[in-house]
Design a protein around this ligand. Structure first.
Ligand SMILES: [Zn+2]
Length: 146
């Protein structure tokens, strides 16, 4: 799965959680669970049948999403949005850096490893990535005053 998709999905999960709208003690109590969910989302996405993109394309899309998340974090004063996106990508970063062979084994065991999927699946993923960026853009995570 694209690293861009992992980052956008984790950031969208964080935004959809509305954890930012909770009163301060509850917010800091719930935040670790939400960020853990952002990390765990990586494995759920990897389990979905998908096409892999080579490193240059994957990196380019990843950098675009990082720039987008930086903009939204700046716009909304929400640094934890960046943490959520980072946590969504962290398992692949750990794999690239070969941090732990047992972690890599765990990561691989949860990764889709089936038959070759059609090429158009990549476009389905890109459409999903676009939808995630819209969710991130529209969902501030703050309670609206009525
Ligand atoms: Zn992965």
């Amino acid at each position: 799965m694209l690293v861009a998709t992992h980052m956008a999905a984790a950031a969208a999960l964080y935004r959809l959680s509305s954890v930012r709208s909770l009163p301060r003690p509850a917010r800091w109590g719930a935040m670790p669970a939400v960020l853990a969910l952002c990390f765990a989302s990586h494995f759920a996405l990897d389990a979905i049948p998908h096409r892999e993109l080579q490193m240059p394309g994957n990196t380019m899309l990843g950098l675009l999403v990082i720039a987008y998340l930086l903009y939204i974090a700046w716009r909304d004063g929400d640094i934890l949005l960046l943490a959520a996106g980072f946590l969504g990508a962290l398992p692949d970063v750990m794999w690239v850096l070969d941090v732990s062979s047992s972690f890599n084994q765990f990561h691989s065991s949860l990764h889709f490893n089936g038959v070759r999927v059609p090429f158009y699946i990549l476009f389905v993923e890109l459409a999903g990535l676009l939808a995630l960026t819209v969710i991130i853009h529209l969902k501030s995570g703050l309670r609206r005053e009525c």
